[in-house]
Design a protein around this ligand. Structure first.
Ligand code: GUN
Length: 296
């Protein structure tokens, strides 16, 4: 049997359209567009591509996006000064500092300097704490996008066994918190997990976010499980070309799973759509304009 393919690209496109409508209504109500400031330090090629995509997507969603491109030699104090300016700018609702940062800059110090109410990435310790405590705050875009796809597939997640493979602050840990809040029984597995195949085999829901190409094999998947693959790994092919693959061996898993996200076209497109969503939520909160509950 072949799994349902979860079309993250289509889901993200529909979310972006909805965000665009709310953004237009916000601009009319507030007398200004919602603003997203993206900061890029250096010229990491992957980061440059992501930032250009975020810029384009903001414009399409009626959000005023500004990109601040700084040289790779930028000091921590210079970056802190820019963050302070953006914190104080009432036209900026969301601030995103693209990671990774160059080695002379302490990433945690920069994240901690962002106003938690403009932290649309959800990386600030205050937002991580809010998520862990079940309080309103900003949730990191990729795991929130995964949760939206899961709820779209399953409706209620209550009582399901969820295994998150990967324990990063950006995906693994917040994903586990979100699943716990949906009343899943949650396991976080990682590189030191003693028997990873047996752990994954317990799962009704597998979220793979380890960054190891095709680590998770088809025979690790419980028949009918939902598989969400966050990995985006470029691998070399024998013919000299390259190919994007996830953390799950798709061709094997698709024969066993109930539903699975492809790479590309699964989780990837959700990240930017949720960033725009978080920006619109931030704009409403910061400007004191009401947003219909559960609207986005
Ligand atoms: N680098 C890779 N993914 C992300 C992300 O979601 N946010 C930020 N700020 N940097 C990233």
């Amino acid at each position: 049997m072949s799994a349902r393919i979860i079309d993250g690209k289509a889901f993200a496109a529909s979310l972006r359209t909805r965000v665009g409508r709310f953004a237009a209504d916000f601009a009319a109500a507030a007398g200004r567009p919602a603003g997203l400031a993206v900061v890029l330090v250096g010229e990491d090629p992957a980061s440059s591509v992501y930032v250009r995509s975020k810029e384009r997507a903001s414009v399409q969603a009626n959000i005023a996006g500004s990109v601040h491109r700084l040289p790779a030699t930028t000091t921590q104090d210079e970056l802190l000064a820019l963050v302070a300016r953006l914190n104080a700018d009432s036209g900026v609702d969301g601030i995103l500092v693209q990671l990774p940062l160059p080695p002379q800059i302490n990433t945690q110090a920069i994240i901690a300097a962002i106003d938690p109410n403009k932290d649309v990435d959800g990386f600030h310790p205050v937002n991580a704490g809010r998520l862990a405590s079940g309080l309103h705050g900003f949730v990191p875009c990729t795991p929130l996008g995964c949760l939206m796809l899961l709820k779209d597939q399953l409706g209620s997640l209550s009582g399901l066994e969820a295994v998150v493979v990967g324990r990063s602050n950006i995906v693994g840990k917040p994903m586990a918190q979100l699943l716990l809040a949906e009343s899943c029984t949650v396991t976080i597995a990682h590189s030191r997990t003693r028997d990873l195949p047996a752990t994954v085999r317990r799962a009704d829901i597998v979220v793979a976010a380890v960054g190891v190409p095709e680590l998770i094999r088809g025979d690790w998947i419980r028949p009918g499980a939902i598989v969400i693959d966050v990995g985006i790994n470029r691998i070399d092919l024998p013919d000299g070309g390259t190919k994007l693959v996830g953390d799950v061996a798709f061709d094997e898993a698709v024969e066993i799973a109930g539903a699975i996200t492809p790479v590309p076209g699964g989780v990837g497109p959700m990240t930017i759509a949720v960033l725009l969503r978080n920006t619109i939520v931030a704009a409403h909160r910061n400007a004191g304009v009401a947003l219909e509950k559960g609207a986005l």
